[in-house]
Ligand binder design. Structure first.
Ligand SMILES: Cc1ncc(COP(=O)(O)O)c(C=O)c1O
Length: 381
């Protein structure tokens, strides 16, 4: 006999009233411009190393206030190639933060070196006061991450690097256009590494990235390495990879770079509205600094009862994320590094308290107000 037919209860998904990202709105706004980019590249057929790539590199160098920008296939490749040209490899150590996207540490391991983590401060960026204790005879570089679009304390980091003869590789993946004491992200260390993943403030229609530097020889070597180590069509100077940015991506990024300041202003306005409305007794947001401009790739708050709040917001149609719920030193891939629970108490505590609220440029002030009042309501209830 057949089992009786049972209806399964399916909970209706909440209607999203405040989306975390809005690619549909972006496409509606840019449709004609995107089609023009596709048209230009296809008509010319310069899909690889086309004119738009060189144009983008010049514009990015100007934007970041450096002599050279080199377009690549991803931010991950920018980090790997930066470490490689700095001569970092087997037996070397590179100091970084444990609370970043995994690429900040995996790239160090992928060139054969060892990631050495240093705990973060209240603002989620590497704590300069804890860096010197982690320096050994094997340390070759410091790789600060400008998490959320907030530049790490570069004066202190550069002073430590200079004292110990270390390179500084900025992980600027989340920080295009951010500034610190009058300088842009990517111009504050030896090399800056950026991502143009679609979710980034300057994002393409697929993976992409670039690297910035004032060192001409370093830039030339990266250009060589991104095309099989070739110096011309028939001469391979050293073993390289294929890590070129597609011309189509470059064309789209050129179009979007021209609008980046406006987009950043919208995100900053959203962040300012959150700061004004969120109840500081329950919600910690790292205060802005007079000498820096944050670009809010993400707007991360620190709260108690984070998971409960996240569910409460979703029930009311507000999408949030957690960047990142598991610190890198506690990932299975990091097992061999010898860290464990308790190794980095600040990063670990934050990982249970951080919540990323929507801050994208398409949100109205009514939507931001709805998010802030719903958060406040949760803590009042
Ligand atoms: C801090 C950080 N570093 C590195 C990367 C790697 O960039 P990509 O995804 O372009 O390889 C990302 C991108 O998500 C990032 O957020």
């Amino acid at each position: 006999m057949n089992a009786p037919f049972a209806f399964k209860k399916v909970d209706a998904a909440p209607v999203i009233r405040v989306p975390y990202v809005d690619f549909a709105a972006q496409y509606a706004e840019e449709r004609a411009d995107i089609h023009a980019c596709v048209d230009r590249v296809f008509a010319k057929g310069d899909f690889v190393a086309g004119a738009a790539v060189a144009e983008l590199e010049a514009a990015l160098a100007t934007k970041c206030g450096v002599k050279h920008a080199v377009a690549l296939a991803s931010g991950t490749d920018a980090l790997i190639l930066a470490l490689k040209v700095l001569g970092i490899g087997s037996g070397d150590e590179v100091i970084t933060a444990p609370n970043s996207f995994v690429a900040s540490a995996s790239c160090i391991a992928l060139v054969g070196a060892t990631p050495v983590f240093v705990d973060v401060a209240a603002d989620q960026n590497i704590d300069p006061a804890k860096i010197e204790a982690a320096i050994t005879a094997r340390t070759k570089a410091i790789l600060p991450v400008h998490l959320t679009g907030r530049i790490a304390e570069m004066d202190a980091i550069n002073a430590i690097a200079a004292k110990h003869g270390l390179a500084v590789v900025e992980d600027s993946a989340q920080a295009i256009g951010s500034t610190y004491r009058g300088k842009a992200s990517g111009a504050l260390g030896t090399v800056g590494c950026f991502s143009t993943h679609p979710l980034k403030n300057l994002g393409g229609a697929g993976d992409g990235g670039f690297l910035t530097t004032n060192d001409g020889a370093l830039a030339e070597r990266i250009k060589r390495l991104r095309t099989h180590g070739m110096i011309d069509r028939n001469t391979v100077a050293e073993w390289g990879v294929v890590s070129r940015m597609d011309t189509l991506q470059a064309a789209i990024l050129n179009m979007r770079l021209a609008k980046l300041d406006m987009l950043t202003a919208r995100r900053r306005a959203n962040a300012a509205q959150y700061r004004a409305l969120l109840d500081a007794r329950h919600v910690f947001v790292p205060p802005e600094r007079t000498y820096a401009t944050d670009t809010y790739h993400t707007f991360v708050v620190q709260v108690d009862r984070r998971d409960e709040l996240r569910a409460y917001l979703l029930e009311r149609g507000i999408e949030t994320f957690i960047h990142y719920p598991i610190p890198i030193h506690l990932q299975p891939a990091a097992k061999g590094l010898g860290y464990g629970l308790g190794s980095f108490p600040v990063a670990e505590q934050q990982s249970a308290r951080i919540l990323t609220l929507p801050v994208n440029q398409y949100l109205s002030s009514e939507q931001i107000e709805l998010v802030a009042t719903t958060v406040n309501q949760f803590f009042r209830a």
